[in-house]
Design a protein around this ligand. Structure first.
Ligand code: APR
Length: 278
């Protein structure tokens, strides 16, 4: 459980940083009612992630659509709202203390909260893409087709199969998102890592690259590495805000503030406002 000292320490680190990048995962949206994947009631306790690989989608797109209708229906009909954690990050941007958010989430809640520079590392469930012609459509159109029995939903242009524009396992990260996220991780002097189990790559590599700047770890992305030894002395500061420790804790992150993001982030932002004289 977190302490007031940790809240104050994080606020001071934010004030003393120039280029702050945030990496978020599903844990930041659970307080909006959207289940995460690996937490105690996560989606992977109900579904098999193997069913959500690109090859499985191609084998049986109809089955994928039947499974994903439940999650998509929830997202698009329950209209989940940004929670205090999302709103706190929007305020941090307003205060000039947040450069951009790299999110693994596909729910669009950071943009709904007001953040203007959001890198969607795993795409966005609110769009679908035709796997034949590459045309994009709003998810509602495909969902309506699926609910009316058109399984899989087909492209109005070319009758190709429509796929949610979220990145499935085995699919590449959208090139523009990958390159921008890498650059931001290498340029930042503080990375807040919020609501992610940090077990899915390459997203989980970003805090290491921030910590390492662009030496050893960057070699994973085809950059020449200066040394094989992890030198964490000169990199960015990395602060985790998560309900539980992760593989980053104690190794890559400088410290973990353990608890609910929806409680912790508003307290940190309040402290930042006080330090800025608001
Ligand atoms: N506040 C803080 N942390 C939370 C909260 C909360 N309210 N709720 C859950 N968490 C934590 C969980 O304890 C867990 O450590 O957030 C983390 C969420 O981890 P995952 O469910 O693994 O989600 P994420 O890290 O985003 O998964 C990465 O895996 O399945 C793929 O593509 C999917 O983008 C996803 C990727």
């Amino acid at each position: 459980m977190y302490s007031e000292e940790e809240i104050k320490k994080a606020a001071k680190d934010i004030i003393n940083s120039e280029k702050i990048v945030v990496l978020t995962g599903a844990g930041i949206s659970t307080e909006s009612g959207i289940p995460d994947f690996r937490g105690k009631d996560g989606l992977w306790t109900k579904y098999d992630p193997e069913d959500f690989t690109y090859s499985r989608f191609l084998q049986n797109p109809a089955k994928y659509w039947e499974m994903s209708v439940e999650l998509a229906e929830f997202l698009l009909t329950a209209e989940p709202m940004p929670n205090p954690a999302h709103l706190a990050l929007a305020r941090l941007e307003e205060l000039g203390k947040l450069k951009c958010i790299v999110t693994q989430n596909v729910d669009g809640l950071h943009q709904a909260a007001g953040n203007t520079d959001v890198i969607e590392f795993h795409g966005n469930l609110r769009r679908v893409v035709c796997i034949a012609c590459g045309e994009h459509f709003p998810h509602e159109l495909a969902l309506e087709k699926a609910i009316n029995g058109e399984l899989p939903p087909l492209c109005d242009n070319c009758k190709g199969v429509l796929k949610p524009d979220a990145v499935l396992f085995e699919e590449p990260i959208p090139r523009h998102a990958l390159e921008r996220a890498l650059q931001e991780a290498r340029d930042c002097d503080l990375m807040l890592v919020i609501g992610t189990s940090a077990v899915v790559y390459p997203a989980a590599e970003l805090p290491r690259i921030a910590k390492e700047r662009d030496s050893y770890r960057a070699s994973l992305f085809g950059f020449s590495s200066q040394s094989r030894v992890l030198d964490y002395t000169k990199g960015a500061k990395v602060i985790e805000i998560n309900a539980e420790p992760t593989p980053l804790t104690g190794i890559v992150s400088d410290y973990l503030i353990e608890g609910k993001a929806g409680e912790i982030l508003p307290k940190i932002v309040k402290e930042v406002e006080a330090l800025l004289g608001y």
